[in-house]
Design a protein around this ligand. Structure first.
Ligand code: MD6
Ligand code: FE
Length: 218
């Protein structure tokens, strides 16, 4: 047998994984192989549950446009933030999560040390240039045993990843098309946000960034 001194040159390189904090990891390019299937899934979901700008409990219109798929969807209105099995705009259940969404979220969680992640909620966010998301915690879920899996598609953005207190210094993490961030365990309630998305046009999404955020909400 000939020893393979240089490794398998035909095998794609494993995506770079970058630890951000205990329980938090950036998987660079992890979603790239599935980009077309993911974007087709986004189109299918949005045809049945269109993007909309939710109103915060304080009465402000969110600049990020949102929709959901899966058994539960995250919604906001004057009465608060919550998960709801029905789309409040249509009164119907949210569209089912496309299989490729579930598989990707499970694989990203597994790669990050969270085996068995079965999300029941996927929030779809569209950021147009200038849109930002201020520092917040994801704390409307029924339990914090499972991580958040966040997939970036289209225009790049700078993700802010802080600590358990709003005042903790946040790292600036550049996110590109196909990058996945997973945070759970000791990082599950860390503050995070997105800086204003810069003007641009991406070949896959046009002039926007699409983010898929997977959670176990119940
Ligand atoms: C991101 N998104 O877009 C991270 N959280 O990279 C979030 O953290 C997020 O977009 C709650 C609601 C909507 C979001
Ligand atoms: Fe969040």
């Amino acid at each position: 047998m000939t020893p393979d001194l240089f490794g398998d040159l035909d095998a794609p390189p494993l995506p770079a994984t970058q630890p951000l904090a205990p329980g938090a990891v950036l998987l660079r390019g992890f979603a790239r192989p599935d980009e077309r299937a993911l974007l087709a899934g986004v189109d299918e979901v949005l045809a049945r549950a269109p993007l909309r700008h939710l109103i915060t409990p304080g009465g402000f219109r969110m600049s990020v446009a949102m929709s959901n798929c899966g058994r539960l969807g995250w919604v906001s209105d004057r009465s608060g933030y919550r998960y709801d099995a029905n789309d409040p705009d249509s009164g119907r259940p949210w569209p089912a999560m496309p299989a490729v969404f579930l598989e990707l979220a499970g694989a990203a969680a597994r790669r990050s040390g969270f085996e068995g992640f079965a999300p029941d909620a996927c929030l779809i966010n569209r950021y147009e240039p200038g849109t930002r998301l201020s520092l917040h915690q994801d704390r409307d879920e029924g339990n914090y045993d499972w991580p958040i899996v966040s997939v970036s598609l289209g225009l790049p953005a700078v993700f802010l990843f802080g600590g358990p207190k709003r005042s903790d210094k946040a790292q600036r993490v550049p996110l590109a098309h196909g990058d996945v961030v997973v945070w759970g365990g000791p990082s599950r309630l860390h503050y995070h946000g997105v800086l204003p998305v810069k003007e641009g046009v991406h070949p896959s999404t046009g002039a926007c960034r699409i983010n898929l955020t997977f959670r176990r909400a119940s």
